[in-house]
Design a protein around this ligand. Structure first.
Ligand SMILES: NC(=O)c1ccc[n+]([C@@H]2O[C@H](COP(=O)([O-])OP(=O)(O)OC[C@H]3O[C@@H](n4cnc5c(N)ncnc54)[C@H](O)[C@@H]3O)[C@@H](O)[C@H]2O)c1
Length: 461
């Protein structure tokens, strides 16, 4: 099939390359000429394991091209919208201007009977709004196919997704021929696009537009809830001498709960989860779903609180204030295996420490090039060894594998004080302690004072 992908960022570039690897002829369109140039040369403009190889293959087979000109999409039968839907600058709502402008630019180039499918994460009601933009083209079909890939494993997630969701006009009842049961319209087009995945047994769910729009937001809200839940429990663990890592491990062994996303620490960030739960909250507020509105606010504030807690702990470990202290931060990206620094908890904490007067050196295996211009108060150092030189406090803020595997003896030889705040609860505490390090985690009860147990009030006076 001939396919276009509009917006070639973390989502779109991977989607375009994956579709080309499935045998489709794909053109990726983006307004960012630098990004398009790099992609056209077969090189990923960001760090995503496996993407370079897919791009090179796509280029060598001639099936994958990139352009800044929307006219390049005119031969495509299916167009995927993958542009950003960031948080609005003045509210918690999603900003849909990139989406509207992408459709408007595409409009004159749509062939008769073309199918336009959104993949961006959007608030409920977006498809209805976009239908208005497409009103002049009743022959064009619209669908929504939310994306669940995770940065760091995006290629694998796209080649072997957990599920495919199709939002179509009229929902499941309208997606199949009433007599033959064969898929029709957008469902048929998407089945043709994803034929290799369907053949491999990947489940596909067909639903109406509102459900498709909400599935992605609800899934992200649930993951964020799990993270904030265990972080809230971590506060109690710290106060009581319990170890949240052991607690979460035991909780996660219950298959009804599961251990993933049940890991206490500095909390989530990035270009998706924070803005998605805020958009979800706004949608709930507009719809009068107050419980969900309150819930999302709490999840968000627990998450932000972990950053404040980390800054406060750094001050505590520095003798009350970080002013004038040399602090080394391990990790700048919002999570390991990506160079994405959008709403990075690590950089947020590092910047707050610098604002409080600390001399902060940040190191990261991939993200420094993105970070140094945006954070003028921070010093960046590519080499972990050099970054550790003379540190009075080390903070592990992004749990890259190389930091988990750091040799505590070698690291200890570089620093001035062997004190580490492991805000991702990722280090082998015993090994670091055995090498003379004082290790503090979040919720691991390491420095806990046991609160006295209150005697119960007498039942009868
Ligand atoms: N990043 C992820 O892991 C992920 C996962 C699932 C869903 N999503 C959703 O996918 C969407 C995109 O996210 P992203 O992380 O790829 O964002 P991104 O900022 O990395 O990419 C968006 C791209 O769209 C381009 N763009 C903007 N306006 C355009 C236009 N009019 N025409 C063509 N290109 C245009 C930008 O230049 C940019 O390259 C968001 O809605 C996000 O919530 C992202």
């Amino acid at each position: 099939m001939r396919i276009s992908v509009i917006g070639c960022g973390y989502l779109g570039a991977v989607h375009a390359a994956t579709l080309a690897s499935m045998g489709h002829t794909v053109v990726g369109i983006d307004v960012d000429a630098g990004k398009v140039d790099q992609l056209a040369q077969g090189a990923a403009p960001f760090h995503e394991p496996g993407l370079d190889e897919l791009l090179r293959n796509g280029r060598s087979t001639g099936r994958l091209t990139f352009s800044t000109d929307a006219a390049g999409a005119q031969e495509a039968q299916v167009h995927f919208l993958c542009v950003g839907t960031p948080q609005d600058k003045t509210s918690d709502a999603a900003d849909l201007t990139f989406l509207v402008s992408a459709i408007e630019t595409l409009l004159p180039h749509l062939a008769a009977g073309a199918v336009v499918v959104g993949k961006s994460t959007v608030p409920v009601g977006t498809v209805e709004m976009l239908r208005g933009v497409l009103a002049r083209r009743p022959d064009v079909m619209l669908g929504w196919n939310p994306e669940f890939l995770r940065q760091g494993t995006a290629v694998k997630d796209s080649l072997v997704p957990d599920r495919l969701v199709y939002g179509v006009d009229g929902g499941r009842g309208a997606a199949f021929h009433p007599r033959s049961g064969a898929p029709v319209g957008v469902t048929a087009a998407l089945d043709a696009v994803y034929e290799p995945l369907l053949r491999a047994g990947i489940p596909r769910l067909v639903c109406n537009f509102a459900t498709a729009e909400l599935i992605k937001s609800a899934a992200n809200a649930y993951l964020a809830t799990k993270v904030s839940f265990i972080n809230a429990v971590a506060g109690l663990c710290d106060a009581s001498g319990a170890d949240v890592a052991e607690l979460a491990e035991a909780m996660g062994m219950d298959p009804r709960i599961g251990g993933r996303y049940l890991h206490a620490g500095l909390g989530f960030g990035g270009g998706c989860l924070p803005k998605d739960i805020r958009s979800f909250r706004t949608q709930a507020a507009h719809a009068g779903a107050t419980a969900l509105d309150d819930w999302m606010q709490l999840v968000d504030s627990v998450n932000q609180g972990q950053r404040e807690r980390t800054v406060a702990l750094a001050a505590e470990l520095s003798g009350g204030s970080v002013a004038g202290r040399s602090i080394t931060v391990l990790g700048a990206s919002f999570k390991p295996d990506t160079d994405d620094i959008r709403d990075s908890p690590a950089l947020d904490v590092a910047d707050r420490l610098a604002a409080a007067g600390a001399h902060v050196t940040v190191t990261d295996p991939k993200a420094i090039n993105h970070a140094w211009r945006r954070y003028p108060r921070l010093r960046f150092e590519a080499s972990t060894e050099r970054a550790l030189e003379g540190a009075e406090l080390v903070l592990l803020l992004t749990e890259w594998d190389e930091y988990r595997r750091l040799c505590p003896a070698a690291a200890g030889a570089r620093v001035r004080r062997r004190v580490v705040l492991d805000a991702r609860n990722a280090l082998d505490t015993a090994a670091w302690q055995a090498n003379g390090w004082s290790v503090r985690g979040l919720g691991t009860g390491s420095a806990a004072a046991h609160p006295p147990v209150q005697a119960p009030a007498p039942l009868l006076s």
